[in-house]
Design a protein around this ligand. Structure first.
Ligand SMILES: [Zn+2]
Length: 127
């Protein structure tokens, strides 16, 4: 990977970080506002679930983006965290916070789909 590639990914990551940051701040406002206005309980819970899902997705992505920026800082950026192979350029350009090569990512997704659902207690608690 060249230095200019690295700069490109870094600026993409920083742009993303700023976007997620401002979106996460808006989430708080929107959630509070809608709860105050909503009359229909069903609508309220659907909107709240939707907001919670968005919030969880953005929070997870924010963590990935920060981790990728850390890897740029320590020089390990662009290498799969699982197998150590270089992550393909096209993949990094599409998703610069990728931590795994496509092979490892797909293997993990297959595993989490077939595995237990122990990892998702947050939505149940809100329902
Ligand atoms: Zn890999």
């Amino acid at each position: 990977m060249t230095k200019s590639d690295l700069k490109t990914y870094q600026s993409m990551l920083e742009t993303r970080l700023a976007l997620l940051d401002s979106r996460l701040r808006q989430h708080e406002d929107i959630t509070v506002e809608r709860q105050a206005e909503a009359i229909d309980e069903g609508q309220l819970s659907a909107e709240r679930d939707f907001a919670i899902r968005n919030l969880e997705r953005d929070t997870a992505q924010l963590r990935d983006v920060r981790a990728a920026l850390d890897r740029i800082a320590d020089g390990s950026y662009g290498l799969c965290l699982n197998c150590g192979e270089e992550i393909r350029r096209a993949r990094l350009l599409a998703v610069p916070w990728s931590a795994y090569c496509i092979g490892c990512q797909e293997a993990m997704e297959r595993e989490s789909e077939s595995g237990s659902r122990d990892a998702a207690p947050l939505l149940d608690e809100a329902a």
